[in-house]
Design a protein around this ligand. Structure first.
Ligand SMILES: [Zn+2]
Ligand SMILES: [Zn+2]
Length: 257
């Protein structure tokens, strides 16, 4: 099957370092169809319904699926008329308030780029159960307020992103509640090539419970955009049939150069 890579970012509309033409070129090279999902929420990118409308109109000129990546916890309600212009909405956590402090991704990104000697934000967290409940509360609240199709990079929690041993870092009770939440709101779990998530034990629980999945490169630059090696590996490993993978009904054919 030709996969739909639902998760990509452009320079025009958020923090990508690539044009939509470059993304389409990469999609051809990798033999996938492509969806755009620029950052949306109360930040500096797609931060209003008007901006979203302009984004949807722009995307409609190209053979792409039209998505967006809402910043859960810092999102806004998408006007139903605007929502209709999009094929799907991803919701992702990029930081969360805990005990009055906002735990964000900035230190992690800095660490990954070599600008910090160590990354151990978990040291700030004393009560891990409360931390995981805070995460689940955000998902339940946001998914209850408007319709999401996909939960992006679900284990990328600020304190635990890139945990060396996720099966120790994440408790099983949290995995079970996460799966229940996704089923309750009919939200797909993203298999992310950029963040190599979910890990096996969580994937197993989600597969067995009947959760559906989406695949995404979370591409920000051409070198990694539309690479779906990790999602393909997981789909094969867990024997997922195509009907368990998110897709759109519109036909998008990539003929442009
Ligand atoms: Zn994200
Ligand atoms: Zn993203």
């Amino acid at each position: 099957m030709t996969y739909l890579d639902c998760h990509n970012h452009t320079a025009e509309w958020s923090d990508g370092r690539q044009s939509i033409e470059q993304i389409l070129e990469r999609a051809k090279e990798e033999g996938v169809r492509v969806g755009l999902s620029d950052h949306t929420g109360m930040g500096e990118y797609l931060n209003s319904n008007d901006r979203l409308l302009a984004y949807a109109d722009y995307l409609s000129q190209y053979p792409v699926a039209r998505g967006l990546e809402m910043d859960l916890g810092r999102g806004f309600l998408v006007d139903p008329m605007v929502r209709k212009k999009f094929d799907y909405m991803i919701g992702s956590i990029h930081g969360l308030e805990f005990n009055g402090v906002r735990l964000g991704f900035a230190p992690l990104i800095k660490y990954l780029k070599g600008g910090l000697p160590d990354y151990n934000p978990g040291a700030q967290i004393k009560d891990w159960d409360a931390f995981f409940n805070t995460h689940l509360d955000i998902l339940n609240k946001e998914f209850g307020e408007q319709e999401y199709s996909i939960l992006g990079h679900c284990t990328m929690l600020p304190a635990l992103a890139r945990a060396k041993n996720p099966e120790e870092a994440f408790p099983e009770w949290w995995e079970e509640k996460l799966v229940t939440t996704l089923l309750l709101f009919n939200v797909c779990m993203e298999i992310s090539n950029r963040w190599l998530t979910p890990y096996d034990r969580l994937m197993r629980k989600a597969v067995d419970a009947g959760v559906r999945f989406s695949v995404g490169s979370d591409g920000h630059e051409p070198a990694k955009t539309c690479n779906l090696d990790f999602p393909k590996k997981m789909i094969e490993k867990f024997g997922l049939k195509p009907d368990r993978i998110f897709d759109i009904k519109r036909n998008i054919e990539n003929k442009s150069n």
